[in-house]
Design a protein. Structure first.
Length: 136
Protein backbone atom coordinates (compact mmCIF):
# COMPACT_ATOMS: atom_id res chain seq x y z
CA UNK A 1 0.00 0.00 0.00
CA UNK A 2 1.41 3.39 -0.98
CA UNK A 3 1.59 6.08 1.71
CA UNK A 4 2.19 9.57 0.35
CA UNK A 5 2.72 10.91 3.87
CA UNK A 6 6.07 9.13 3.93
CA UNK A 7 7.17 10.56 0.58
CA UNK A 8 9.15 13.70 -0.02
CA UNK A 9 7.25 16.44 -1.82
CA UNK A 10 8.30 18.89 -4.51
CA UNK A 11 6.67 22.30 -4.77
CA UNK A 12 6.67 23.55 -8.37
CA UNK A 13 6.53 27.32 -8.84
CA UNK A 14 6.18 29.02 -12.22
CA UNK A 15 8.89 31.56 -13.05
CA UNK A 16 9.26 33.91 -15.98
CA UNK A 17 13.01 34.46 -15.58
CA UNK A 18 14.66 31.34 -14.19
CA UNK A 19 18.08 32.98 -13.63
CA UNK A 20 16.55 35.90 -11.72
CA UNK A 21 14.45 33.50 -9.64
CA UNK A 22 17.48 31.26 -8.94
CA UNK A 23 19.41 34.25 -7.57
CA UNK A 24 16.46 35.28 -5.37
CA UNK A 25 15.93 31.84 -3.84
CA UNK A 26 19.66 31.14 -3.39
CA UNK A 27 20.88 34.57 -2.29
CA UNK A 28 17.94 36.36 -0.64
CA UNK A 29 16.30 33.28 0.90
CA UNK A 30 19.46 31.17 1.32
CA UNK A 31 17.99 27.94 -0.02
CA UNK A 32 20.51 25.24 -1.05
CA UNK A 33 20.68 24.96 -4.85
CA UNK A 34 20.59 21.36 -6.07
CA UNK A 35 21.06 21.84 -9.79
CA UNK A 36 19.11 22.11 -13.02
CA UNK A 37 16.56 19.60 -14.35
CA UNK A 38 16.37 18.49 -17.98
CA UNK A 39 13.56 21.00 -18.67
CA UNK A 40 15.66 23.93 -17.38
CA UNK A 41 13.97 24.06 -13.96
CA UNK A 42 16.14 25.12 -11.06
CA UNK A 43 16.04 22.73 -8.09
CA UNK A 44 16.44 23.62 -4.42
CA UNK A 45 16.38 21.56 -1.23
CA UNK A 46 18.28 19.26 1.06
CA UNK A 47 19.33 15.71 0.16
CA UNK A 48 16.42 13.40 0.88
CA UNK A 49 14.12 16.27 1.90
CA UNK A 50 11.39 18.29 0.30
CA UNK A 51 12.28 20.09 -2.91
CA UNK A 52 11.43 23.34 -4.65
CA UNK A 53 11.36 23.38 -8.45
CA UNK A 54 11.39 26.72 -10.26
CA UNK A 55 9.83 25.87 -13.61
CA UNK A 56 10.24 28.24 -16.55
CA UNK A 57 6.76 29.27 -17.72
CA UNK A 58 6.27 31.87 -20.44
CA UNK A 59 2.54 32.53 -19.95
CA UNK A 60 3.05 34.88 -16.99
CA UNK A 61 0.28 33.23 -14.96
CA UNK A 62 0.87 33.11 -11.24
CA UNK A 63 -1.23 32.33 -8.20
CA UNK A 64 -2.92 35.14 -6.28
CA UNK A 65 -2.63 33.24 -2.99
CA UNK A 66 0.22 31.87 -0.91
CA UNK A 67 2.13 29.27 -2.91
CA UNK A 68 4.82 28.41 -0.37
CA UNK A 69 5.27 29.08 3.35
CA UNK A 70 8.41 28.60 5.42
CA UNK A 71 8.16 27.90 9.15
CA UNK A 72 10.57 29.99 11.22
CA UNK A 73 11.37 30.02 14.93
CA UNK A 74 11.18 33.78 15.42
CA UNK A 75 9.18 35.67 12.82
CA UNK A 76 10.21 39.14 14.01
CA UNK A 77 13.90 38.27 13.53
CA UNK A 78 13.19 36.58 10.19
CA UNK A 79 11.29 39.64 8.89
CA UNK A 80 14.17 41.93 9.90
CA UNK A 81 16.78 39.65 8.31
CA UNK A 82 14.86 39.36 5.04
CA UNK A 83 14.24 43.13 4.93
CA UNK A 84 18.01 43.65 5.22
CA UNK A 85 18.32 41.45 2.11
CA UNK A 86 15.87 43.67 0.22
CA UNK A 87 12.65 41.69 0.69
CA UNK A 88 9.54 43.89 0.78
CA UNK A 89 6.70 42.53 2.87
CA UNK A 90 3.02 42.96 2.07
CA UNK A 91 0.87 44.87 4.56
CA UNK A 92 -2.86 44.35 4.98
CA UNK A 93 -5.60 46.33 6.72
CA UNK A 94 -8.76 44.39 5.99
CA UNK A 95 -11.54 43.24 8.35
CA UNK A 96 -10.27 39.65 8.41
CA UNK A 97 -6.56 40.29 7.81
CA UNK A 98 -4.46 42.97 9.51
CA UNK A 99 -0.69 43.23 9.80
CA UNK A 100 1.38 45.19 12.26
CA UNK A 101 5.06 45.60 11.39
CA UNK A 102 4.29 43.27 8.44
CA UNK A 103 3.07 40.46 10.73
CA UNK A 104 -0.45 39.07 11.10
CA UNK A 105 -1.01 37.42 14.49
CA UNK A 106 -3.64 34.84 15.39
CA UNK A 107 -4.00 32.59 18.44
CA UNK A 108 -2.06 29.80 16.75
CA UNK A 109 0.48 31.50 14.49
CA UNK A 110 2.13 34.63 13.15
CA UNK A 111 2.51 35.16 9.39
CA UNK A 112 4.17 37.62 7.02
CA UNK A 113 3.81 37.64 3.23
CA UNK A 114 6.09 38.77 0.42
CA UNK A 115 6.49 38.28 -3.32
CA UNK A 116 9.34 36.56 -5.08
CA UNK A 117 10.87 38.11 -8.21
CA UNK A 118 8.30 36.26 -10.34
CA UNK A 119 5.18 37.52 -8.49
CA UNK A 120 4.56 34.31 -6.55
CA UNK A 121 3.15 34.95 -3.06
CA UNK A 122 5.42 33.53 -0.34
CA UNK A 123 4.97 33.45 3.40
CA UNK A 124 6.97 32.94 6.55
CA UNK A 125 5.11 31.73 9.60
CA UNK A 126 5.79 30.98 13.24
CA UNK A 127 3.62 28.38 14.92
CA UNK A 128 2.79 29.50 18.45
CA UNK A 129 2.94 27.02 21.29
CA UNK A 130 5.05 24.50 19.33
CA UNK A 131 8.69 24.14 18.43
CA UNK A 132 9.25 25.02 14.78
CA UNK A 133 10.91 22.29 12.72
CA UNK A 134 12.62 24.56 10.21
CA UNK A 135 14.49 27.80 10.35
CA UNK A 136 14.97 30.22 7.46
Amino acid sequence: MMTLGLSTATTVLPVDDVARARRFYAEALGLPHRGVADDGSELFGMDGGHMLQLKPIKDGKHSEHTTLSFEVRNIEEAVQELERKGIRFQDYDEPDLKTENHICSTESEKCAWFMDTENNVLCIHETLGQQAEYQL
